[in-house]
Write a protein that binds this ligand. Structure first.
Ligand code: GDP
Length: 426
């Protein structure tokens, strides 16, 4: 048995897409366990860019089967578009891709409410307006519509009608009406018909894979600091992005997960609102944004950029039980002559090694300055090929957060990777 979970160790956008894509050739099954189309995993294959929001990036590897688990929320139209885009590129999805009938469905009014709430600036979280939050609200309130419901038009109709009644006062409060049940049922029952071959017993597939001793890769979305329970609440997503979320979201027991790998950028970024102590509003921040092309893959929004925050990373190592870190975008730091690294926060005169549960925005980062490097490192394939200053940077991370660095990503392409090994062999 060899299940391994890959989780974002910062605020999302850490390059999980690329790392999962590197690990997927070793996997028999890749399972996405949380989040929805608010995630955007960018893959570059043979120089060509492909963004997947819902389907695990493992789909690009013929050997791997892919599951979208019950912890996710699905916009069926986005799901269908991704299938079509993959098929156009010659990637087969039939018989290799299964979405759990227990996964909840994002409906048009979820997106509408999400957008209207974000417009009310005093309530803005900085969501991607994909309806994820309202969909999870329905799930927790036990009135959600699930992928399996799309296969039964009558059941769908009665659930949608009841659901709309719950949202009507909220929509009115925001100055809007709602789409009609007829419109929604017409569109979604048709999507259900089109997607029927992909909606199936994902739980059984995961269980069979465990029994067969296969390599299972559990793929998270967003990141630890955006996790509903462990992140910078309330500026978080509505699901459990952490490694523990994989158990419920994929239908796998904690005793069956053997390793957890955290993906972290060599610096820090955040999209949307919320505390970000190491954010840079000056020239180095812009240098990082430009060199790292830090614009959201789902929304195109410029990402907030800052120095590596080891307080947040230490927290990620702890709450995910990380065995290893994969450091991405190390190449981007070649553009910055002198590096700062945040080793602690100071709040009310107290030095903190872990993030406080609130008032993170009032925390002052405590920096240490490290010498940078300017060499192009994109052709380095081993850690000892990196300039000494880059090696020292990685060693410093390891010492501060007490976690080994495994993979080192030095460019967006698959090949631009140092220390790549079969993660299931460890
Ligand atoms: P994800 O959601 O965690 O997969 O992250 P995104 O896909 O939103 O953002 C990662 C971006 O960085 C993508 O555009 C990747 O192609 C790119 N990327 C990933 N790893 C590296 C790297 O090591 N160096 C550089 N320069 N770009 C990278």
């Amino acid at each position: 048995m060899s299940a391994l979970v890959v989780v974002g160790a910062q605020w999302g956008d850490e390059g999980k897409g690329k790392v999962v894509d590197l690990y997927a050739p070793y996997a028999d099954l890749v399972v996405r366990y949380a989040g929805g189309a608010n995630a955007g995993h960018t893959l570059v294959v043979d120089g060509e860019k492909l963004i997947l929001h819902l389907i695990p990036s493992g789909i690009l590897h013929e050997r791997a089967k892919c599951v979208v688990g019950q912890g996710t929320v699905i916009d069926p139209a986005v799901f269908l578009k991704e299938i079509e885009a993959l098929n156009e590129r010659g990637v087969t999805t039939q018989s290799r891709l299964l979405v759990s009938p227990r996964a909840h469905v994002v409906l048009p009014h979820h997106k509408l409410i999400d957008t209207l709430r974000e417009k009310k600036s005093n309530a803005a979280i900085g969501t991607t307006k994909r309806g994820i939050g309202p969909c999870y609200e329905d799930k927790v309130a036990r009135r959600g519509i699930r992928m399996g419901d799309l296969l039964d038009a009558e059941r769908l109709r009665s659930k949608v009608e009841a659901n709309l009644e719950c949202w009507r006062p909220v929509a009115e409060d925001l100055g809007s009406g709602l789409p009609s049940a007829n419109e929604i049922v017409g569109e979604y029952a048709e999507l259900g018909e089109t997607l029927a071959a992909y909606i199936g017993d994902a739980t059984a597939l995961v269980s069979a894979s465990i029994r067969a001793d296969e390599n299972i890769l559990l793929e998270g979305a967003q990141g630890t600091m955006l996790d509903i329970d462990n992140g910078t609440y309330p500026f978080v997503t509505s699901s459990n992005a952490v490694a523990g979320g994989a158990c419920a979201g994929a239908g796998i027991g904690p005793t069956q997960i053997r390793r957890a790998i955290g993906i972290a950028k060599a610096y820090a970024t955040r999209v949307g609102g919320g505390p970000f102590p190491t954010e840079l509003h000056n020239e180095p921040g812009q240098q990082l944004r430009d060199a790292g092309a830090e614009y959201g893959s789902t929304t195109g929004r410029p990402r907030r950029c800052g120095w590596l925050d080891l307080v947040a990373l230490r927290h990620a190592v702890a709450v995910n039980g990380l065995d290893e870190l994969a450091i991405t975008k190390l190449d981007v730091l070649s553009a910055v002559p002198q590096l700062e690294i945040c080793v602690a926060y100071e709040l009310d005169g107290v030095r903190l090694r872990y993030p406080p549960y609130e008032r993170i925005d009032a925390a002052q980062p405590v920096y240490e300055t490290l010498e940078g490097w300017s060499e192009d490192i994109s052709s380095c394939r081993a850690r000892n090929e990196l300039p000494p200053a880059a090696q020292r940077y990685l060693a410093r991370i390891e010492r501060e957060v007490d976690c080994q660095v495994g993979v080192i990503s030095v460019g967006p392409d698959r090949e631009d990777t140092a220390e790549l090994r079969n993660p299931f062999d460890a």
